[in-house]
Design a binder for this molecule. Structure first.
Ligand code: UDP
Ligand code: MG
Length: 313
């Protein structure tokens, strides 16, 4: 029986990369003659001509589908929308900037067809083209999250992967609002084969990430996949109780021996500042978890669709 692969491609302001990507993926599709394809592009509230290009592609090519959001919801929302819309036996996720080489799809498909793997995922081994700080930050991020999260997060893992329908359905059964795909893919389990490749620079356009966006994203993933930060406040609490107890004992003994001349104002202030700093820090950690819980409880949709290919066909 003929198998179908759904390719999910999130696009945000990608008018330059999109035509190049379409050409490349077509080459791959031509090589894989035995397989049917659907290309699902997600227009994540682009402000350039991305949507017009998608409309045009959908008109010409019956394999092209697109989902256009009412505003920018972020790549995670795009991935979810694509997964929900996909009907293929296998589902692939790919960036439009060709940082995920489309020709790997052939090897991925062969692996899934001829073995008992449920998923072929990719990781890039180098970080060429990343700034010094991004490299350093990324390295530390993976170290920390793998120490404190029970779900392994593979260093350098990309979202580029091909998955079986069964795995996709498992991913869709996770209804959380704060979605961190790398964690979710790992959490659902299944047998995954890893392919590695050298990091490739984007063909056109610019990256949508800056330092603060990455920082916020990494914090989100830590909060989403670990409760260890909450432990920090408990431990800090206990530690400070012990220290203060020792200090009280010291002062009582000192007063008994030397009397009680008023002194030590600067040290008192320092201690007050330090302790309130720690308290605010711990309160902040709780606040982070509370805010995530708040967003989950509100139960808002992850994305809102404004237009799909059905509107042009
Ligand atoms: N993207 C998206 N919504 C966003 C930001 C990015 O759909 O808000 C898409 C983008 O068009 C690209 C992919 O996600 O296809 C990866 O983005 P980018 O290349 O900027 O990230 P990087 O490769 O630098 O991590
Ligand atoms: Mg990219």
């Amino acid at each position: 029986m003929e198998k179908k692969i759904s390719v999910i491609v999130p696009c945000y302001n990608e008018e330059e990369s999109l035509p190049i990507f379409y050409e490349e993926i077509n080459k791959v599709m031509k090589e894989m003659k035995k397989v049917k394809f659907e290309l699902i592009f997600i227009n994540d509230g682009s402000k350039d001509r991305t949507l017009e290009i998608l409309r045009e592609l959908a008109k010409q090519d019956k394999n092209v589908r697109y989902i256009s959001f009412s505003r920018n919801f972020g790549k995670e929302a795009g991935i979810l929308a694509g997964l929900e819309a996909s009907v293929g036996d296998y589902v692939c996720m790919m960036d439009v900037d060709l940082q995920d080489p489309p020709h790997l799809l052939i090897e991925m498909y062969q692996t899934l067809e001829n073995s008992d793997y449920d998923c072929v995922a990719t990781r890039s081994v180098s970080r060429n083209g990343y700034s010094f700080f991004r490299k350093l930050f990324t390295k530390w991020y993976y170290k920390i999250i793998n120490k404190i999260s029970k779900t392994p997060i593979v260093d350098g893992a990309r979202d580029f992967r091909l998955m079986s329908r069964q795995m996709v359905d498992a991913i869709l059964s996770l209804k959380e609002y704060n979605r961190y795909s790398k964690g979710i893919f790992s959490w659902v389990g299944f047998k995954t084969k890893w392919l590695t490749f050298e990091n490739i620079e984007r063909v056109a356009g610019t990256t949508k990430w800056n330092f603060w966006k990455l920082f916020a994203y990494s914090m989100e993933s830590i909060i989403g996949f670990s409760t260890v930060p909450l432990l920090i406040s408990s431990i800090a609490g206990i530690l400070f109780c012990i220290v203060s107890f020792i200090m009280i004992l010291f002062i009582i003994i000192k007063t008994l021996i030397f009397g009680d001349p008023v002194s030590g104002w600067p040290s008192t202030i320092c201690i007050i500042f330090f302790v309130s700093g720690v308290q605010l820090f711990c309160l902040g950690i709780m606040g982070q978890y509370l805010s995530k819980t708040y967003l989950e409880v509100k139960n808002r949709p992850v994305y809102i669709i404004k237009e799909t290919e059905k509107d042009v066909k």
